[in-house]
Design a protein around this ligand. Sequence first.
Ligand code: 4AD
Length: 432
Amino acid sequence: MADKITINQSSDFVGQTVTIGAWILNKRSSGKIAFLQLRDGTGFMQAVVVKEDIGEELFKVAKGMTQETSLYITGVIKEDDRSDFGYEMEVTDLEIIHEAVDYPITPKAHGTDFLMDHRHLWLRSKRQHAVMKIRNEIIRATYEFFNNEGFTKIDPPILTGSAPEGTSELFHTKYFDEDAFLSQSGQLYMEAAAMAHGKVFSFGPTFRAEKSKTRRHLIEFWMIEPEMAFYEHEDSLKVQEDYVSYIVQSVLKNCQLDLKLLGRDTEKLEKVKAPFPRITYTDAIKMLKEMNFDDIEWGDDFGAPHETAIANHFDLPVFIVNYPTQIKPFYMEPNPEEEGTVKCADLIAPEGYGEIIGGSERINDLELLEARLKEHHLDPAAYSYYTDLRKYGSVPHSGFGLGLERTVAWISGVEHVRETSPFPRLLNRLYP
Ligand code: 4AD
């Protein structure tokens, strides 16, 4: 075996004989030459096997290679302009590690249910690989952005006793003899952390027992939740637009091949730079009325068609600010400029991908917060740690949560969030 490399290292080994551990993605052959499409997790490459060079016996092995068979393949790396990846291998030797028999996901088209049942294998396909690479880049850029901006990463608990986002969508579990819930947002803990560290962020799994079967809803998703002490709502909007611009520009820079493979219109993404437009909830309702939506009144929450209609007015993500108090959680700061509304915003992605961020300024007055807990029928004892934050040096503070899978869907141009989570938990789907 020659020096072992990975496909993405090919540029450093042009003209050299190397070995790559790979799987067979596809193959075609004529009488004397076989073309093997390889993948190794880091990239894709064509390997050319010439009968005359390799000998009859190995050529027969190459020609009989089945999809997803694993092998060590040795040969000389050549530049190849025709390939998206720029290189190919002229094979001098090969050794099968394991022969795959009847791999279920063939190059022909398969239905969604079939692919979802085989998610553990579907992840190997080029498209799914590209989506996961983009997801990874967004995570990488997230850490980079918040570290550069002086945030500290703090990890809130997953097993919790209280509910930040309303009690109807909670996953119950037992905590020995007590009732507990899986986290539906780390926000309340992040507020405590912000009082200790100033600017903090979390990144973790989030659970919502929502009986929604839409292209935007997962039961388990990952959320990035920054929280900033001494930040009023407008300061938080600035962080949000800078952060979203940063991740979009990072994906454009570092995932060119993945975006190309997905057929993403990158011109639209290139425009995504702060500042983003802002529109009030009240103006959004007026706009919808002008577009003849008669299924919505002031005080109702937006559905997906409303969000899409509003988003279609803008090239950039758009902030809808100052929603009615009655449709938002208990902790949001009242908006003194418009009675009955709170200082909050949802960020709606362009092109119909829906809400990717929800955020707000938090109530910092103890009395008001206690009154809101009461109105929402929440047990003050379960929230005493939260009200404590308003007893000892309370300050204005704001934060937000960005849903990773919806953001990946938008940036990748993938229709449904089931493709942006490696093992999506959906209504009626807990396997694989
Ligand atoms: O608007 P949400 O519910 O906000 C919160 O949970 C706040 N406590 C966050 C905070 O201020 N720290 O959710 C935030 C984001 C949404 O904009 C969306 O991107 C995503 O989380 N999200 C979902 N993603 C996939 N499936 C679901 N069921 C989602 N529910 C929310």
